[in-house]
Write a protein that binds this ligand. Structure first.
Ligand code: ATP
Ligand code: MG
Length: 414
Protein backbone atom coordinates (compact mmCIF):
# COMPACT_ATOMS: atom_id res chain seq x y z
CA UNK A 1 0.00 0.00 0.00
CA UNK A 2 2.83 2.33 0.92
CA UNK A 3 4.71 1.61 -2.29
CA UNK A 4 1.62 2.21 -4.41
CA UNK A 5 0.75 5.49 -2.68
CA UNK A 6 4.38 6.66 -2.73
CA UNK A 7 4.27 6.19 -6.51
CA UNK A 8 1.24 8.51 -6.64
CA UNK A 9 -1.50 5.89 -6.93
CA UNK A 10 -4.62 5.42 -4.82
CA UNK A 11 -4.65 2.09 -2.99
CA UNK A 12 -7.33 0.74 -0.65
CA UNK A 13 -8.06 -2.49 1.14
CA UNK A 14 -11.18 -3.81 -0.55
CA UNK A 15 -14.05 -6.21 0.03
CA UNK A 16 -14.04 -9.01 2.59
CA UNK A 17 -10.99 -7.81 4.49
CA UNK A 18 -12.64 -4.43 5.15
CA UNK A 19 -15.76 -6.20 6.42
CA UNK A 20 -13.65 -8.28 8.78
CA UNK A 21 -11.50 -5.36 9.95
CA UNK A 22 -14.63 -3.35 10.80
CA UNK A 23 -15.98 -6.32 12.74
CA UNK A 24 -12.72 -6.51 14.65
CA UNK A 25 -11.78 -9.84 13.11
CA UNK A 26 -8.48 -10.83 11.52
CA UNK A 27 -9.10 -11.14 7.76
CA UNK A 28 -8.10 -14.39 6.01
CA UNK A 29 -6.53 -12.42 3.23
CA UNK A 30 -6.13 -8.83 2.13
CA UNK A 31 -7.18 -7.61 -1.28
CA UNK A 32 -6.00 -4.30 -2.64
CA UNK A 33 -7.91 -2.12 -5.08
CA UNK A 34 -6.00 0.61 -6.87
CA UNK A 35 -6.20 3.04 -9.75
CA UNK A 36 -2.82 1.75 -10.98
CA UNK A 37 -3.22 -0.26 -14.18
CA UNK A 38 -2.03 -3.87 -14.15
CA UNK A 39 1.03 -3.01 -16.20
CA UNK A 40 1.84 -0.17 -13.78
CA UNK A 41 1.55 -2.56 -10.83
CA UNK A 42 3.93 -4.95 -12.58
CA UNK A 43 6.38 -2.16 -13.37
CA UNK A 44 6.30 -0.89 -9.80
CA UNK A 45 6.93 -4.22 -8.06
CA UNK A 46 8.98 -5.79 -10.83
CA UNK A 47 8.46 -9.04 -12.70
CA UNK A 48 10.02 -11.15 -9.93
CA UNK A 49 7.61 -9.97 -7.25
CA UNK A 50 4.46 -10.16 -9.37
CA UNK A 51 2.34 -12.85 -10.97
CA UNK A 52 0.09 -11.80 -13.82
CA UNK A 53 -2.47 -14.56 -13.25
CA UNK A 54 -5.47 -12.34 -13.87
CA UNK A 55 -4.00 -9.49 -15.84
CA UNK A 56 -6.81 -9.47 -18.40
CA UNK A 57 -9.33 -8.73 -15.66
CA UNK A 58 -7.04 -6.34 -13.88
CA UNK A 59 -5.63 -8.57 -11.15
CA UNK A 60 -1.93 -8.87 -10.35
CA UNK A 61 -0.60 -10.94 -7.45
CA UNK A 62 2.16 -9.17 -5.57
CA UNK A 63 4.45 -11.42 -3.55
CA UNK A 64 5.74 -10.45 -0.14
CA UNK A 65 9.42 -9.88 0.65
CA UNK A 66 11.86 -12.67 -0.27
CA UNK A 67 11.37 -15.73 1.89
CA UNK A 68 7.83 -14.88 2.96
CA UNK A 69 4.82 -16.71 1.58
CA UNK A 70 2.64 -13.60 1.69
CA UNK A 71 0.82 -12.65 -1.43
CA UNK A 72 -1.70 -9.94 -2.04
CA UNK A 73 -4.15 -9.59 -4.89
CA UNK A 74 -3.84 -6.12 -6.34
CA UNK A 75 -6.78 -5.32 -8.60
CA UNK A 76 -7.33 -2.21 -10.64
CA UNK A 77 -10.70 -0.54 -9.90
CA UNK A 78 -12.89 -2.28 -12.41
CA UNK A 79 -16.39 -2.76 -13.72
CA UNK A 80 -17.63 -5.88 -15.31
CA UNK A 81 -19.27 -6.09 -18.71
CA UNK A 82 -22.28 -8.23 -19.48
CA UNK A 83 -22.56 -11.58 -17.77
CA UNK A 84 -23.20 -13.96 -20.60
CA UNK A 85 -23.20 -17.31 -18.87
CA UNK A 86 -24.75 -16.57 -15.49
CA UNK A 87 -21.42 -16.85 -13.81
CA UNK A 88 -18.58 -14.86 -15.46
CA UNK A 89 -18.55 -11.38 -16.89
CA UNK A 90 -17.78 -10.95 -20.58
CA UNK A 91 -15.09 -8.32 -20.20
CA UNK A 92 -13.91 -5.79 -17.63
CA UNK A 93 -13.11 -2.11 -17.91
CA UNK A 94 -11.26 0.16 -15.53
CA UNK A 95 -13.30 2.70 -13.56
CA UNK A 96 -13.68 4.74 -10.38
CA UNK A 97 -13.69 3.26 -6.86
CA UNK A 98 -17.42 3.92 -6.63
CA UNK A 99 -18.15 1.95 -9.79
CA UNK A 100 -15.91 -0.84 -8.52
CA UNK A 101 -17.93 -0.94 -5.29
CA UNK A 102 -21.19 -1.25 -7.22
CA UNK A 103 -20.11 -4.43 -9.04
CA UNK A 104 -19.49 -6.27 -5.75
CA UNK A 105 -22.06 -8.68 -4.36
CA UNK A 106 -23.20 -7.50 -0.92
CA UNK A 107 -23.02 -4.13 0.82
CA UNK A 108 -20.92 -5.54 3.66
CA UNK A 109 -18.44 -6.80 1.02
CA UNK A 110 -18.45 -3.57 -0.96
CA UNK A 111 -16.36 -1.20 1.14
CA UNK A 112 -12.83 0.18 0.84
CA UNK A 113 -10.46 1.16 3.61
CA UNK A 114 -7.46 3.42 3.31
CA UNK A 115 -5.01 2.22 5.97
CA UNK A 116 -2.75 5.25 5.62
CA UNK A 117 -5.49 7.72 6.58
CA UNK A 118 -7.66 5.13 8.36
CA UNK A 119 -10.70 6.16 6.33
CA UNK A 120 -13.56 3.93 5.21
CA UNK A 121 -14.87 4.63 1.71
CA UNK A 122 -18.39 3.29 1.70
CA UNK A 123 -20.46 3.93 -1.44
CA UNK A 124 -23.02 1.22 -0.78
CA UNK A 125 -24.22 1.59 2.81
CA UNK A 126 -22.09 -1.29 4.01
CA UNK A 127 -21.36 0.21 7.42
CA UNK A 128 -25.04 0.56 8.23
CA UNK A 129 -25.76 -3.02 7.19
CA UNK A 130 -22.81 -4.25 9.21
CA UNK A 131 -24.35 -2.53 12.24
CA UNK A 132 -27.78 -3.94 11.44
CA UNK A 133 -26.17 -7.33 10.82
CA UNK A 134 -27.72 -7.60 7.41
CA UNK A 135 -26.60 -9.27 4.16
CA UNK A 136 -28.05 -7.17 1.37
CA UNK A 137 -27.33 -7.30 -2.33
CA UNK A 138 -25.87 -4.13 -3.83
CA UNK A 139 -28.44 -2.70 -6.23
CA UNK A 140 -31.34 -4.77 -7.52
CA UNK A 141 -31.09 -8.23 -5.95
CA UNK A 142 -32.73 -10.02 -8.86
CA UNK A 143 -30.41 -8.45 -11.39
CA UNK A 144 -27.37 -9.22 -9.26
CA UNK A 145 -28.37 -12.87 -8.82
CA UNK A 146 -29.15 -13.13 -12.52
CA UNK A 147 -25.65 -11.92 -13.39
CA UNK A 148 -23.97 -14.49 -11.18
CA UNK A 149 -25.90 -17.39 -9.68
CA UNK A 150 -23.11 -18.22 -7.25
CA UNK A 151 -24.15 -15.11 -5.31
CA UNK A 152 -27.24 -16.97 -4.11
CA UNK A 153 -25.05 -19.40 -2.19
CA UNK A 154 -22.70 -16.66 -1.05
CA UNK A 155 -25.68 -14.73 0.36
CA UNK A 156 -26.67 -17.67 2.53
CA UNK A 157 -23.11 -18.44 3.52
CA UNK A 158 -22.36 -14.92 4.71
CA UNK A 159 -25.67 -14.65 6.57
CA UNK A 160 -25.12 -18.00 8.30
CA UNK A 161 -21.41 -17.72 9.04
CA UNK A 162 -21.61 -14.12 10.26
CA UNK A 163 -24.90 -14.85 12.05
CA UNK A 164 -26.54 -12.00 10.15
CA UNK A 165 -30.04 -11.77 8.68
CA UNK A 166 -30.63 -11.98 4.97
CA UNK A 167 -32.31 -8.82 3.69
CA UNK A 168 -35.92 -9.59 2.70
CA UNK A 169 -35.65 -8.48 -0.93
CA UNK A 170 -32.36 -10.35 -1.33
CA UNK A 171 -33.88 -13.50 0.18
CA UNK A 172 -36.91 -13.14 -2.05
CA UNK A 173 -34.74 -12.95 -5.16
CA UNK A 174 -32.83 -16.06 -4.09
CA UNK A 175 -36.01 -18.03 -3.41
CA UNK A 176 -37.40 -17.05 -6.81
CA UNK A 177 -34.28 -17.98 -8.71
CA UNK A 178 -33.01 -20.95 -6.71
CA UNK A 179 -33.56 -23.43 -9.55
CA UNK A 180 -30.92 -21.61 -11.57
CA UNK A 181 -28.15 -22.31 -9.08
CA UNK A 182 -27.41 -25.53 -10.97
CA UNK A 183 -25.73 -23.43 -13.66
CA UNK A 184 -22.84 -22.95 -11.24
CA UNK A 185 -20.01 -25.48 -11.60
CA UNK A 186 -19.94 -28.42 -9.19
CA UNK A 187 -16.56 -27.25 -7.91
CA UNK A 188 -17.84 -23.82 -6.91
CA UNK A 189 -20.99 -25.24 -5.33
CA UNK A 190 -18.84 -27.70 -3.37
CA UNK A 191 -16.56 -24.88 -2.26
CA UNK A 192 -19.52 -22.98 -0.79
CA UNK A 193 -20.86 -26.14 0.85
CA UNK A 194 -17.46 -26.77 2.43
CA UNK A 195 -17.40 -23.31 3.92
CA UNK A 196 -20.97 -23.56 5.19
CA UNK A 197 -20.68 -27.05 6.64
CA UNK A 198 -17.27 -26.59 8.25
CA UNK A 199 -18.60 -23.59 10.16
CA UNK A 200 -20.28 -23.89 13.54
CA UNK A 201 -23.37 -22.15 12.12
CA UNK A 202 -23.87 -25.07 9.74
CA UNK A 203 -27.39 -25.90 10.92
CA UNK A 204 -28.62 -22.42 10.17
CA UNK A 205 -26.86 -22.44 6.82
CA UNK A 206 -28.61 -25.67 5.81
CA UNK A 207 -31.94 -24.50 7.18
CA UNK A 208 -31.66 -21.31 5.11
CA UNK A 209 -30.59 -23.27 2.03
CA UNK A 210 -33.61 -25.53 2.43
CA UNK A 211 -36.03 -22.67 3.11
CA UNK A 212 -34.83 -20.86 0.00
CA UNK A 213 -35.05 -24.11 -2.04
CA UNK A 214 -31.32 -24.06 -2.75
CA UNK A 215 -30.46 -27.26 -0.92
CA UNK A 216 -32.96 -29.20 -2.99
CA UNK A 217 -30.98 -28.12 -6.04
CA UNK A 218 -27.44 -28.64 -4.82
CA UNK A 219 -28.00 -31.77 -2.69
CA UNK A 220 -31.17 -33.35 -4.08
CA UNK A 221 -30.44 -36.55 -2.14
CA UNK A 222 -31.15 -34.71 1.12
CA UNK A 223 -34.44 -33.49 -0.30
CA UNK A 224 -35.68 -36.92 -1.31
CA UNK A 225 -34.73 -38.57 1.96
CA UNK A 226 -35.64 -35.90 4.45
CA UNK A 227 -36.55 -32.35 3.56
CA UNK A 228 -39.55 -33.22 1.39
CA UNK A 229 -39.56 -36.97 1.95
CA UNK A 230 -39.79 -36.83 5.71
CA UNK A 231 -39.91 -33.33 7.25
CA UNK A 232 -39.70 -34.67 10.79
CA UNK A 233 -36.42 -36.37 9.97
CA UNK A 234 -35.18 -33.13 8.46
CA UNK A 235 -35.65 -31.46 11.85
CA UNK A 236 -33.49 -34.20 13.40
CA UNK A 237 -30.81 -33.72 10.77
CA UNK A 238 -30.76 -29.99 11.55
CA UNK A 239 -30.47 -30.74 15.26
CA UNK A 240 -27.59 -33.13 14.63
CA UNK A 241 -25.83 -30.50 12.52
CA UNK A 242 -26.38 -27.95 15.27
CA UNK A 243 -24.90 -30.16 17.98
CA UNK A 244 -21.86 -31.42 16.09
CA UNK A 245 -18.66 -29.87 17.37
CA UNK A 246 -16.43 -31.14 14.55
CA UNK A 247 -14.75 -28.66 12.23
CA UNK A 248 -14.60 -31.20 9.41
CA UNK A 249 -16.77 -30.51 6.39
CA UNK A 250 -16.88 -34.22 5.57
CA UNK A 251 -18.38 -35.23 8.90
CA UNK A 252 -21.02 -32.52 8.66
CA UNK A 253 -21.82 -33.58 5.11
CA UNK A 254 -22.27 -37.18 6.28
CA UNK A 255 -24.65 -35.83 8.93
CA UNK A 256 -26.58 -33.91 6.28
CA UNK A 257 -26.92 -37.17 4.34
CA UNK A 258 -27.85 -39.14 7.46
CA UNK A 259 -31.00 -40.56 5.86
CA UNK A 260 -29.58 -41.09 2.39
CA UNK A 261 -28.89 -44.74 1.56
CA UNK A 262 -25.32 -45.92 1.12
CA UNK A 263 -25.48 -49.52 -0.01
CA UNK A 264 -22.33 -51.48 0.83
CA UNK A 265 -21.50 -52.63 -2.64
CA UNK A 266 -17.80 -52.00 -2.56
CA UNK A 267 -16.23 -49.63 -5.02
CA UNK A 268 -18.73 -48.49 -7.60
CA UNK A 269 -17.03 -45.25 -8.41
CA UNK A 270 -17.93 -45.30 -12.06
CA UNK A 271 -21.66 -45.79 -11.90
CA UNK A 272 -23.00 -45.28 -8.39
CA UNK A 273 -26.69 -45.90 -7.82
CA UNK A 274 -28.56 -42.60 -7.87
CA UNK A 275 -29.88 -41.26 -4.62
CA UNK A 276 -26.91 -42.57 -2.64
CA UNK A 277 -24.26 -40.85 -0.57
CA UNK A 278 -21.61 -41.80 -3.13
CA UNK A 279 -23.67 -40.32 -5.96
CA UNK A 280 -23.90 -37.01 -4.07
CA UNK A 281 -20.12 -36.92 -3.50
CA UNK A 282 -19.37 -37.66 -7.15
CA UNK A 283 -21.84 -35.13 -8.49
CA UNK A 284 -20.26 -32.42 -6.36
CA UNK A 285 -16.82 -33.55 -7.59
CA UNK A 286 -15.50 -33.86 -4.06
CA UNK A 287 -11.92 -35.10 -3.72
CA UNK A 288 -11.25 -38.81 -3.32
CA UNK A 289 -10.23 -38.25 0.29
CA UNK A 290 -13.41 -36.34 1.07
CA UNK A 291 -15.52 -38.98 -0.67
CA UNK A 292 -13.81 -41.81 1.21
CA UNK A 293 -14.29 -40.00 4.52
CA UNK A 294 -17.97 -39.32 3.90
CA UNK A 295 -18.74 -42.82 2.60
CA UNK A 296 -16.86 -44.46 5.47
CA UNK A 297 -18.93 -42.57 8.01
CA UNK A 298 -22.11 -43.46 6.14
CA UNK A 299 -21.06 -47.12 5.89
CA UNK A 300 -20.55 -47.21 9.65
CA UNK A 301 -23.86 -45.77 10.76
CA UNK A 302 -24.89 -47.60 13.93
CA UNK A 303 -21.56 -49.46 14.06
CA UNK A 304 -20.57 -48.27 17.52
CA UNK A 305 -23.95 -49.24 19.00
CA UNK A 306 -23.47 -52.77 17.66
CA UNK A 307 -20.02 -53.20 19.21
CA UNK A 308 -20.94 -54.31 22.75
CA UNK A 309 -22.49 -57.47 21.25
CA UNK A 310 -19.41 -58.26 19.19
CA UNK A 311 -15.98 -59.74 19.97
CA UNK A 312 -13.38 -57.33 21.31
CA UNK A 313 -11.42 -57.42 18.04
CA UNK A 314 -14.22 -55.54 16.29
CA UNK A 315 -13.97 -52.72 18.81
CA UNK A 316 -10.20 -52.52 18.47
CA UNK A 317 -10.29 -52.50 14.67
CA UNK A 318 -12.82 -49.69 14.59
CA UNK A 319 -11.16 -47.67 17.36
CA UNK A 320 -7.81 -47.48 15.55
CA UNK A 321 -9.37 -46.13 12.37
CA UNK A 322 -8.19 -42.55 11.73
CA UNK A 323 -11.81 -41.38 11.48
CA UNK A 324 -13.02 -43.16 14.62
CA UNK A 325 -13.22 -39.89 16.61
CA UNK A 326 -15.33 -38.29 13.87
CA UNK A 327 -17.59 -41.35 13.74
CA UNK A 328 -17.92 -41.42 17.51
CA UNK A 329 -18.97 -37.79 17.68
CA UNK A 330 -21.43 -38.02 14.83
CA UNK A 331 -23.00 -41.24 16.07
CA UNK A 332 -23.31 -40.13 19.66
CA UNK A 333 -24.91 -36.83 18.72
CA UNK A 334 -27.27 -38.65 16.34
CA UNK A 335 -28.22 -41.24 18.98
CA UNK A 336 -29.14 -38.49 21.43
CA UNK A 337 -31.11 -36.48 18.88
CA UNK A 338 -32.89 -39.58 17.62
CA UNK A 339 -33.72 -40.61 21.18
CA UNK A 340 -31.78 -43.89 21.25
CA UNK A 341 -30.06 -45.06 24.42
CA UNK A 342 -26.46 -43.92 24.28
CA UNK A 343 -24.98 -46.44 26.71
CA UNK A 344 -22.77 -47.92 23.98
CA UNK A 345 -20.90 -44.62 23.67
CA UNK A 346 -20.05 -44.44 27.36
CA UNK A 347 -18.99 -48.07 27.20
CA UNK A 348 -16.79 -47.46 24.15
CA UNK A 349 -15.21 -44.39 25.73
CA UNK A 350 -14.37 -46.26 28.95
CA UNK A 351 -13.06 -49.26 27.03
CA UNK A 352 -10.76 -47.13 24.90
CA UNK A 353 -9.28 -45.59 28.06
CA UNK A 354 -8.86 -48.98 29.69
CA UNK A 355 -7.01 -50.74 26.87
CA UNK A 356 -3.24 -50.10 26.88
CA UNK A 357 -2.19 -48.60 23.55
CA UNK A 358 0.11 -51.53 22.69
CA UNK A 359 -2.86 -53.88 23.00
CA UNK A 360 -5.13 -51.78 20.83
CA UNK A 361 -3.04 -52.17 17.68
CA UNK A 362 -0.17 -54.58 18.43
CA UNK A 363 2.27 -55.64 15.71
CA UNK A 364 0.80 -58.69 13.93
CA UNK A 365 2.00 -62.10 15.13
CA UNK A 366 2.06 -63.44 11.59
CA UNK A 367 2.37 -61.69 8.22
CA UNK A 368 1.82 -62.78 4.66
CA UNK A 369 5.56 -63.21 4.34
CA UNK A 370 5.56 -65.70 7.23
CA UNK A 371 2.89 -67.73 5.47
CA UNK A 372 4.85 -67.77 2.21
CA UNK A 373 7.97 -68.81 4.13
CA UNK A 374 5.96 -71.79 5.40
CA UNK A 375 5.32 -72.81 1.81
CA UNK A 376 1.69 -71.68 1.67
CA UNK A 377 0.60 -70.41 -1.72
CA UNK A 378 -0.94 -66.97 -1.83
CA UNK A 379 -4.58 -67.07 -2.89
CA UNK A 380 -8.09 -66.06 -1.88
CA UNK A 381 -7.87 -67.97 1.44
CA UNK A 382 -4.69 -66.16 2.41
CA UNK A 383 -6.42 -63.05 3.65
CA UNK A 384 -8.99 -65.08 5.59
CA UNK A 385 -6.24 -66.89 7.47
CA UNK A 386 -4.41 -63.68 8.30
CA UNK A 387 -7.65 -62.03 9.41
CA UNK A 388 -8.59 -64.97 11.62
CA UNK A 389 -5.15 -64.89 13.26
CA UNK A 390 -5.35 -61.12 13.70
CA UNK A 391 -8.81 -61.32 15.27
CA UNK A 392 -7.68 -64.01 17.68
CA UNK A 393 -4.70 -61.86 18.62
CA UNK A 394 -6.84 -58.77 19.20
CA UNK A 395 -9.28 -60.86 21.23
CA UNK A 396 -6.41 -61.93 23.47
CA UNK A 397 -6.93 -65.58 22.52
CA UNK A 398 -3.36 -65.98 21.24
CA UNK A 399 -0.25 -64.12 22.30
CA UNK A 400 2.75 -65.70 20.56
CA UNK A 401 3.73 -66.64 17.04
CA UNK A 402 3.72 -70.29 18.13
CA UNK A 403 0.07 -69.98 19.15
CA UNK A 404 -0.66 -68.21 15.87
CA UNK A 405 0.77 -71.09 13.84
CA UNK A 406 -1.10 -73.60 15.97
CA UNK A 407 -4.29 -71.74 15.09
CA UNK A 408 -3.27 -71.72 11.44
CA UNK A 409 -2.79 -75.46 11.60
CA UNK A 410 -6.33 -75.88 12.89
CA UNK A 411 -7.62 -73.57 10.12
CA UNK A 412 -5.78 -75.59 7.47
CA UNK A 413 -7.11 -78.82 8.91
CA UNK A 414 -10.71 -77.63 8.48
P1 ATP B 1 -14.10 -14.89 2.42
O1 ATP B 1 -12.77 -14.81 1.72
O2 ATP B 1 -14.06 -14.74 3.89
O3 ATP B 1 -14.92 -16.03 1.95
P2 ATP B 1 -14.59 -12.50 0.94
O4 ATP B 1 -15.66 -11.46 1.07
O5 ATP B 1 -13.18 -12.07 1.07
O6 ATP B 1 -14.96 -13.63 1.96
P3 ATP B 1 -13.85 -13.47 -1.65
O7 ATP B 1 -14.48 -14.57 -2.41
O8 ATP B 1 -12.47 -13.62 -1.16
O9 ATP B 1 -14.85 -13.18 -0.44
O10 ATP B 1 -13.99 -12.18 -2.55
C1 ATP B 1 -13.41 -10.93 -2.20
C2 ATP B 1 -14.36 -9.80 -2.58
O11 ATP B 1 -14.65 -9.83 -3.99
C3 ATP B 1 -15.73 -9.90 -1.92
O12 ATP B 1 -15.72 -9.33 -0.64
C4 ATP B 1 -16.60 -9.12 -2.90
O13 ATP B 1 -16.45 -7.75 -2.74
C5 ATP B 1 -16.01 -9.52 -4.23
N1 ATP B 1 -16.66 -10.71 -4.80
C6 ATP B 1 -16.26 -12.01 -4.66
N2 ATP B 1 -17.06 -12.85 -5.32
C7 ATP B 1 -18.00 -12.09 -5.90
C8 ATP B 1 -19.12 -12.37 -6.73
N3 ATP B 1 -19.42 -13.63 -7.07
N4 ATP B 1 -19.86 -11.33 -7.16
C9 ATP B 1 -19.54 -10.06 -6.82
N5 ATP B 1 -18.52 -9.74 -6.04
C10 ATP B 1 -17.74 -10.72 -5.58
MG1 MG C 1 -11.48 -13.33 0.75
Amino acid sequence: MRELTAAGFTAYWAGGCVRDLLRGIDPNDYDVATNARPEQVRALFGPRRTLAVGESFGVIIVLGPKGSTDKVEVATFRQEGDYHDGRRPGQVSFCTPEEDALRRDFTINGMFFDPLTETVHDFVGGQGDLQRRLVRAIGNPRDRMTEDKLRMLRAVRFAAVLDFELDAATAHAVAEMSAEVTIVSAERIAQELRKMLADRHRARAMQMCADLSLLQQIVPEADESSIRGNPERWQSVLQILGQLSTTRFETAFAALLRDVPQPKTGKQRLEPASGTVLAACLRLKLSNDETDHICWLSDHRGAIEALPEKPLCEFKKLAVHPLYKELFELERVAARVEGRPDAAYGWAEALLKAIPSDELDPPPLVTGRDLLARGLKSGPKFKDWLNAIRDAQLNGEIRTQGEAFALLGRLLGQ
